[in-house]
Design a protein around this ligand. Structure first.
Ligand SMILES: [Zn+2]
Length: 133
């Protein structure tokens, strides 16, 4: 049983794993037919690798001939995006403080009461009905 074309190609391209390479090497040591096939395959690979296709480089017009209007639009969009992002960051930074001050007020009152309880007299009652006249 000879080595298949696929396995021989993998061996020639050195893409088979160690076990496959070992098995193929052992067969090649004993088989003249497969050694000849491998030699021809390697010649073909060298020929193909030596071919340099003659292809002209095509000049892509995208950068130089793009309309100037598009550049202005892209610049405007970039400016708006930068402004939006920086505004968003600034608003996040400004709004870091808590929305309520009740806990701080409560602690101030508690400290004041502890220092001088007599200073905190209740405010005089206001009769709203008579004060409006
Ligand atoms: Zn063979």
């Amino acid at each position: 049983m000879h080595v298949t074309e696929d396995d021989l190609l993998k061996f020639a391209l050195e893409t088979c794993n160690d076990a496959e390479a070992q098995a193929i090497s052992e067969h090649l040591a004993a088989c003249d037919v497969c050694r000849e096939r491998l030699a021809r395959m390697r010649d073909d690979i060298a020929t193909i690798a030596g071919v340099r296709p003659e292809v002209e480089r095509i000049a892509l017009p995208f950068h130089s001939q793009r309309p100037k209007v598009w550049r202005a639009v892209v610049r405007m969009a970039a400016v708006l995006l930068i402004g939006f992002v920086s505004g968003l960051a600034a608003s996040r930074w400004v709004c870091r403080c808590p929305a309520t001050v009740v806990p701080q007020y409560a602690s101030v009152v508690a400290r004041s009461m502890a220092e001088s309880p007599q200073a905190l007299t209740p405010a005089p009652a206001v009769d709203l009905a008579s004060a409006s006249h």
